[in-house]
Ligand binder design. Structure first.
Ligand SMILES: Nc1ncnc2c1ncn2[C@@H]1O[C@H](COP(=O)(O)OP(=O)(O)OP(=O)(O)O)[C@@H](O)[C@H]1O
Length: 693
């Protein structure tokens, strides 16, 4: 079978479903749909197309056949699958099916080109933390805020992110051609914020482009929904055996029970209604530290309750200080600002804040990109004590003078290492330099993550008082031991087949499949739908509406498979995720730790399977061996061999099973290790603040 036959076989069944949409996108996309503007990018991609296509053919032949065969005569069924799974296959496989279409090779070659470009980028990026940041940044907030930075790639993204056929057709994205993301947060009028960068200035309203109109549905208000939670798992009690290290001067003693925290009655009631009966280690240590007014950098394994570890003491202080009830005001001055790198995560944190503040006069508000700015403003002006925000939207709102910072007493960076790396670090730096923002001496700054590379810890010092405390629960950057990790050696051309085999064995259990690029997420999800595996996807090129729909469908089990980029790697707490599959390994080991941490949460067990492609993943062999052995997992002999034969400059972990804290407080304090008990640490000399550069 020739290339053309094969590709025709793939796309044929979808033609009827996507042609009109494609045509519309390509030719009628209004301001951003100017074909002539796009042609150069497309042309160059087309020039490059054949070789990419060869690559595609080699990599996809076997699965491609099955896709085509299975699909023959089943387009209606697939429409249904698509609706369930949320995939518009048309745009990924696209227009090659149209012999008369002058762009006939455009999208499919674009797909591979884009994928490969992304992969190349990622590989180039992969060794440095800063570069990793770019990748994620682009996938989420950065996508829409740094048009200048990433804009050149956008035209090629026209096919991405429109997975859900029905949704993408009705959504605002359908008219945008390949412009999605670039102006998602465009609003009219420019912010008055003189501290904004040019890139952001563009976003603030001077750039032409479609407005985002999406207003997320309000979360359910009934008490049962607010307090809905899942059960802790069989290993919850084992948390008590994890070693904890606290370093820094005069750390207050840990507490063993919620009662010892001396929280007010309403908070205690909410804790009980949330089903919390016992503190997790990070909570035992962090709550008293925060209650004592200290700055904190806390590192604890994924799924071990870091959110409540900062929310509860902050709320306790607010209640103690007799916070005034929120009321309508054009300028709101929240006492607490919480930032997180992704929209879904900040929304989740907001829901936790709403839960724990239930029945109090504390009002939490969430704002994030990809939603109508007016909606964010309306939420804020009604009153705001705790503002949960993604960085881009936060800076916009501050620029619009809807939020004043003078009253900020608590600044929380969740996924702090991510918030401080090259992707968001500059934004965070701007935030703390905003007019009105209390200096670090005047506010309490709290940072939480499961990973904390040393270089990021050093950057963090600029945000924290010099006597901040550092809590390490288990290993800094260590994987959760409740996740059984399996590494399989799978070449890229065999990955799809292997994935299907595994998913068929798994059955209906909820599974997250991580891939490295947005287009690949669409492609793999489409492929799985064609294999009759109900799948949806989440990545930074999807409309926010689609992202939330995808997550909702996954959460409720309608689509038990979620294909995701790293945008879903951190923080998401989804009940019953039993499996994580790294179809592509991420570029860094920290990312790996976060990804597999979507399963095995809160004492529950989970499984993570990763495809290791020796062609591209050798640089991860050493850190993987370390993470596996530290988490007491089997290390395949072949992986050890690769690790031994692969020299990674700067990697010092080797297979240091015995090194309990591979990376600790960079201030290198001498401290005492504890299990669930308590730590007394002999303080290091706190380093002076380092400059950002
Ligand atoms: N003390 C507790 N008792 C019972 N459940 C808890 C307790 N603390 C947290 N949980 C639950 O455990 C789950 C994981 O908590 P959370 O999302 O805060 O983890 P995390 O440490 O922030 O994870 P990640 O590193 O992935 O962001 C949540 O469903 C949360 O409600």
């Amino acid at each position: 079978m020739g290339d053309e036959d094969w590709e025709a076989e793939i796309i044929k069944p979808h033609m009827s479903s996507y042609v009109p949409v494609f045509e519309k996108d390509r030719y009628s996309s209004g301001a951003n749909g100017d074909t002539s503007n796009r042609t150069p990018a497309s042309s160059s991609e087309m020039d490059d197309g054949p070789s990419r296509r060869d690559h595609f053919m080699r990599s996809g032949f076997a699965s491609g056949r099955s896709m085509g065969n299975r699909d023959a005569g089943e387009s209606n069924k697939r429409e249904n699958t698509s609706t369930m799974g949320g995939f518009g296959v048309g745009k990924s496989f696209g227009n090659r099916g149209f012999s008369n279409n002058k762009f006939e090779e455009g999208d499919s070659s674009d797909f591979w080109r884009e994928s490969n470009n992304d992969c190349e980028d990622n590989q180039t990026r992969s060794r440095g933390f800063s570069k990793r940041g770019d990748s994620e940044y682009e996938q989420d907030e950065g996508t829409q805020r740094t048009g200048g930075l990433f804009g050149s790639r956008r035209p090629a993204l026209s096919g991405a992110g429109n997975g859900d056929t029905s949704q993408s057709r009705s959504g605002s994205g359908s008219g945008r051609g390949g412009y999605k993301g670039l102006n998602e947060e465009v609003v009219t009028g420019s912010g008055k914020n003189s501290w904004k960068s040019e890139a952001e200035g563009g976003e603030s309203g001077d750039t032409q482009g479609p407005k985002v109109t999406y207003i997320p549905p309000p979360p359910p208000e009934d008490e049962d929904s607010i307090f809905a939670h899942y059960q802790t798992g069989i290993n919850f009690d084992k948390y008590d055996t994890i070693l904890v290290e606290v370093s820094g001067h005069d750390a207050p003693p840990a507490i063993l029970t919620f009662e010892e925290a001396n929280l007010c009655q309403t908070l205690n009631k909410n804790i009980a209604k949330a089903g919390y009966t016992k503190l997790t280690p990070v909570q035992k240590y962090s709550i008293p530290i925060i209650l004592a007014g200290r700055d904190l950098m806390a590192c604890a394994q994924t799924g071990s309750g870091k959110t409540a570890a900062f929310l509860l003491p902050i709320l306790a202080h607010m209640m103690r200080d007799g916070i005034t009830a929120s009321r309508f005001k054009e300028l709101q001055e929240p006492e607490c600002i919480i930032v997180a790198p992704t929209r879904e995560l900040i929304n989740q944190i907001y829901l936790e804040a709403r839960k724990f503040s239930f029945g109090t006069c504390v009002r939490a508000v969430v704002i994030y990109g990809g939603t109508q700015l007016g909606h964010s403003i309306r939420q804020i002006v009604q009153g705001c004590n705790i503002l949960c925000a993604t960085p881009g939207r936060l800076m916009d709102i501050i620029g619009k003078e809807k939020i004043g910072l003078r009253q900020v007493k608590y600044l929380v960076l969740d996924e702090a290492d991510r918030m401080l790396d090259m992707g968001f670090g500059p934004e965070m730096k701007k935030l703390i330099s905003c007019p009105g923002m209390p200096s670090k001496e005047q506010r309490q700054t709290l940072m939480f993550s499961a990973t904390f590379p040393e270089e990021i810890q050093r950057l963090a010092a600029e945000f924290l008082k010099s006597n901040y405390l550092f809590v390490a629960v288990g290993q800094v950057g260590g994987a959760c031991r409740d996740v059984q990790q399996t590494i399989l050696q799978v070449g890229q051309y065999s990955k799809r087949e292997k994935l299907v085999e595994i998913l068929r064995n798994i059955g209906d259990e909820r599974t997250m499949v991580f891939v490295e690029t947005k287009k690949k997420a669409d492609f793999i999800a489409t492929f799985l739908c064609q294999e009759k595996i109900s799948t949806t996807s989440i990545h930074g090129d999807r409309e926010q509406r689609e992202r939330e729909q995808a997550l909702g469908d996954f959460r409720c089990g309608k689509c038990p498979v979620l294909v995701a980029t790293s945008v879903a790697a951190r923080g998401l707490d989804i009940e019953n995720v039993q499996h994580v599959i790294n179809f592509d390994l991420p570029s860094t080991i920290d990312e790996y730790v976060h990804r597999i941490g979507r399963t095995g949460r809160c004492g529950n067990t989970g499984q993570a399977i990763s495809f290791f492609d020796p062609e591209s993943d050798n640089h991860l062999a050493q850190p993987l061996v370390k993470v596996l052995s530290d988490a007491q997992q089997d290390v395949p002999a072949w992986l050890e061999e690769i690790a031994f034969s692969t020299y990674v400059p700067g990697f010092s972990g080797s297979s240091a099973r015995g090194n309990v804290f591979a990376s600790v407080d960079t201030r290198k304090g001498k401290s005492t290790l504890n299990t669930a008990g308590f730590s007394s640490s002999q303080a290091p000399n706190p380093v002076d603040d380092e400059s950002w550069d």
